[in-house]
Design a protein around this ligand. Structure first.
Ligand SMILES: *Cc1c(COP(=O)(O)O)cnc(C)c1O
Length: 306
């Protein structure tokens, strides 16, 4: 399989605020990897697609909600690399498909709907077996795309950064991307995850476990910040929306409210409150996911996200 994706750019952000605080801030622009297969979702899919291919499996099956970045990216990647794709979607079939699901269908993904109760049991081996009986053989990509191969893919982000830095930051959902960054750091520097979900004490051990599984080492040079979830997964506040709009005007970089908006809000708030010493060099990962804005259009005008 040929990799058509180039290394993503590293872009320095400069303004009076950062200069005053003595912070050097760089953005690793994984949002620019591919217009449809963005950011960490590509990083996490990459070796899973290789694995499916070498095992001669032609169908990918995965799970997600109706606005899932992972469903969107998997549908696009499946089309690009000639896999058949099946998406199991949380909840009843909606009367009007979300833009995400419309896109997935347009890429040829077959969508099935699972009620929320069954969806909670989706990873149960008996459920997976029954899907195999109904659908035939498939390569299973977990919800959100996180597994050991995903962590390996995300660890490559670190190799692409060719400047010295003290911290690398990422938005955090399942923790797979953070685990990848920590794996790539191999004990050097510090990684900070900003959780998009409310506090959950299983996340830190889960990241440690993934890192250990992939690298064979216990690395502790990371932390997860739970202060900027804005009420929980996919929840927003007027300040968060205002921050995203302001960021776009100031830096010409688009964020979205579920992940990257919360991370950058959190990071800027930490810088404002002098949590980093003068001279600190920070790389913030833009994990992409901009298709997710389609679920928040009541907060934005077309011009604000153009
Ligand atoms: C899925 C996603 C995340 C969360 O990644 P995890 O590996 O699940 O922690 C962060 N940012 C964006 C834009 C995403 O789509």
């Amino acid at each position: 399989m040929v990799n058509p994706f180039n290394q993503s750019p590293l872009q320095r952000l400069e303004d009076d605020f950062l200069a005053e605080k003595g912070i050097e801030l760089y953005i690793k622009r994984d949002d620019l990897i591919h217009p449809e297969i963005q950011g960490n979702k590509w990083r996490k899919l990459k070796y899973n697609l290789f694995e499916a291919r070498v095992n001669n499996i032609h169908t990918l099956l995965t799970f997600g909600g109706p606005f899932s970045n992972h469903i969107y990216a998997t549908a696009a990647a499946a089309r690009l690399f000639h896999f058949k794709a099946i998406g199991i979607i949380r909840g009843e079939e909606p009367e009007i498909l979300s833009p995400t699901l419309k896109f997935a269908e347009s890429k040829g993904m077959d969508l099935y709907y699972m009620d929320r109760e069954s969806y909670r049991q989706k990873d149960d081996p008996t459920n997976i077996e029954s899907l195999r009986t109904q659908i035939g053989n498939f390569y299973l990509v977990p919800e959100g795309g996180t597994n050991a191969l995903a962590v390996e893919g995300a660890s490559e982000i670190i190799e692409e950064i060719d400047i010295p830095f003290d911290y690398i930051c990422t938005a955090c959902g399942t923790g797979g991307t953070l685990a990848g960054l920590v794996s790539g750091l191999k004990g050097k520097n510090q990684a900070i995850g900003f959780s998009s979900l409310k506090g959950d004490d299983t996340l830190t051990p889960k990241v440690s476990e993934l890192v250990n599984y992939v690298t064979g080492f216990d690395y502790h040079n990371f932390s997860i910040n739970f202060d900027y979830h804005f009420g929980g997964y996919a929840k927003v506040t007027p300040e968060l929306i205002a921050f995203i709009k302001d960021f776009k005007v100031k830096y010409k970089i688009q964020l979205e409210p579920v992940y990257t908006g919360k991370m950058f809000y959190g990071l800027f708030d930490m810088i404002k409150n002098d949590k980093f010493p003068i001279g600190t060099k920070i790389v913030a990962l833009h994990t992409g996911g901009l298709q997710g804005l389609s679920g928040y259009m009541k907060y934005f005008t077309e011009a604000e996200i153009a």
